[in-house]
Structure formats: C-alpha cells, structure tokens
Design a protein around this ligand. Structure first.
Ligand code: HEM
Length: 307
C-alpha cells in the first residue's frame, strides 16, 4: 500500500527489486511447498530444483541488487548511470530466471529437452547480469578514487565483481560438458558461497556500515577496524572460493577417471582443505570485527544520549 499510494509516479529500481522480492518470495514459497505435497519422483525433484533456484534467483538476487542499486549511488554521491538499463536488467531477470531450475539436474533422470531449455535460459541470464554490472560500473566512472576513503564502497564494488564472477560461472557450469566435470564437487559450494558470502553479504555489510552511523547520527566507532574487516573478508573470501574451485575441478577430473579409488581423491584434496580452513578463519575474524564495530557504534551513541 505504501508503494500504491506513493506521490512520485516513477519508481526507482530499488523499489522494483524490493517489490519483486516480496511478491516472488510468496510465489516461490507456495509453489515450492505445493510441489512437495502433490508430486512424486522425478517430477518432485524437478519442481524442487525450480524452488531452490528461484530461492536464489528471485529472493536473494533481487533484494541483494536492491541494496546495491540504492547504496552505490548514495555512498558515492553519484546518480545511477541509466534507469532504462536498470529496467532491462529487472524485467529480463523476471522473465529468464524461472526457467532455469532444471540445470541442477543436468545428466540426471529428466528429459533431455528440459535440460536443454534450462541450459539455454541459464546462458540468457548473462543479459540481466551484464545490464546490472555495466550499469553499476558505469555509475562509478570517474569516482573510483572514492574507494580509498569509503569502506562501504569497497565492499559494494567488490560485491559487484563477485556477482559478475558468480553469474559468469553459473551459465558456464550449466553447459553439459563443464557440468560433467564440476557437478557434485567442491566447485559448486565455491560458486554458491561466492554468491551469498562474497556478493550479497558484502552488499549487506556495506549497507550496514553506511546506514548505522547515519541512523545514530554518530561517526563509525573505528574506521581502521572497518578497513581490517574488509581485508580479512576479502583475502579470506578469495582463498576460500579459489580453493573450492580449484579443488572441485581437480576432484571432478579424478572422479571422471574411474581407475582412481574414491578414497584417494579425498586424500589428495587435504592440502587444499587446509588452505580453505585458514581462509575460513580469516573470514570469521572479519565478521567478528564488523559486528563489534557496529555494536560499539550503536552502544557508544546510546551512552552519549543517556549522558
Ligand atoms: C547467471 C546466474 C546463475 C546460473 C546460470 C547458475 C547456475 C547454477 C548451476 C548450473 C548449478 C548446479 C550445478 C550442479 O550441481 O551441477 C548451481 C548451483 C548453485 N547455485 Fe547457481 N547460478 C547462478 C547464480 C547464482 C546465484 C546468484 C546464487 C545465490 C544467490 C546461486 C546459488 C547457487 C547454489 C546455492 C547452488 C548449489 C545448489 C545445490 O546443489 O545445493 N547461483 N548454479
């Protein structure tokens, strides 16, 4: 009703994505649950994957992009490069995402034509992805120097790069030949974590760093701790994602060679998992620093107000 009774006719792209997220969440949740109740076997599996993929594409993605579209122009004090392009991104996402669920079952027990449709639509997703990434990069044209000063912008623009990498990786591993190597290996959590931890968490952290000092009308508790949290999450994240991709690709390569016993493929990955563990610890420390900084800002402001 807030949107319906608005004063300004034009809606900024963040409102489109937020409204999309609210409506699609209801649709995805209902279809997902009905699918489980009223279908069985491979039909159920297929509908279940439609549910899963829409959860990432029609719930996480729109709300994440809503944050990025709002905070990048705000934090850099620069208008969005193109409203038209942002609409191309929104509507092409709305049209394309819903047909891609079956790419989770490539080489699985479903019709080949269904797999081919899912692959074709997965590749088409490059259109909304490019529209978003180009628009946000073009917005920052001539403004890149601001990244030195603003932790929020550092997180936001790194998130955009992670979004591009995730969504380039996605269409590629939908292809039958690539999928035959990487499916069910560490590569897939590498992809999923780069999306949710690398991209959307970075957007959310940036939004929090930007908004909390404004809400409490007080400077951030520590700028240098915020920078440390960025580098911990960035270095930890890069270590985490790259070890998962490299390890996953290697794992898939070995699994495709049937003469290698499975247990040997587990042992071979041990050094890679150790690097991943260290990277995970760095990410954890980054999150703790972030949480402490935000809490200290809010509590410091409350104490000042009480005094
Ligand atoms: C262009 C966009 C994308 C495409 C085409 C794509 C494609 C894929 C494909 C083909 C798989 C399955 C691989 C397999 O198991 O064989 C997959 C897995 C996954 N993707 Fe994406 N992806 C995209 C973006 C995203 C985004 C933005 C997110 C998160 C918000 C995401 C989250 C996941 C997750 C969680 C899985 C693992 C599901 C599981 O097996 O449990 N993806 N993706």
């Amino acid at each position: 009703m807030t949107v319906a009774s608005r004063k300004h006719q034009a809606m900024y792209v963040t409102i489109w994505y937020t409204m999309g997220c609210i409506l699609w969440t209801a649709f995805v949740y209902l279809t997902g649950n009905f699918a489980v109740l009223f279908t069985t076997g491979t039909n159920q599996a297929n509908l279940n994957w439609m549910y899963v993929h829409n959860a990432v594409g029609l719930i996480f993605t729109p709300i994440g992009l809503a944050i990025a579209y709002y905070f990048i122009p705000r934090a850099s004090n620069t208008p969005l490069h193109s409203h038209k392009l942002s609409m191309v991104g929104f509507w092409s996402l709305a049209f394309v995402y819903v047909w891609t669920g079956a790419h989770h079952m490539i080489h699985g027990p479903i019709s080949q034509w269904l797999q081919t449709i899912a692959i074709a639509f997965s590749v088409m997703l490059l259109i909304p992805v490019w529209a978003v990434v180009y628009n946000l990069f073009a917005t920052m044209k001539g403004q890149w120097h601001q990244l030195r000063e603003s932790v929020a912008l550092k997180f936001l623009m790194s998130g955009v790069v992670f979004y591009l990498l995730t969504c380039f990786q996605g269409p590629m591993h939908s292809l039958r030949t690539v999928n035959a190597i990487v499916s069910k290996t560490d590569w897939i959590p590498g992809h999923a974590h780069m999306a949710v931890l690398g991209c959307f968490s970075f957007f959310a952290i940036a939004g929090t760093y930007f908004a909390v000092p404004k809400i409490w009308g007080k400077a951030l508790h520590s700028q240098s701790l915020a920078n440390w949290s960025y580098w911990m999450l960035m270095i930890g994240g890069l270590g985490f994602f790259t070890t998962l991709w490299l390890g996953g690709f290697w794992q898939g390569w070995q699994w495709n060679n049937w003469s290698i016993p499975f247990i040997d493929t587990v042992i071979a990955l041990k050094p890679i998992w150790i690097v991943r563990f260290v990277s995970g610890v760095l990410m954890f420390l980054g999150i703790v620093m972030f949480a402490y900084n935000i809490l200290a800002t809010a509590m410091g402001a409350n104490e000042e107000a009480a005094a």
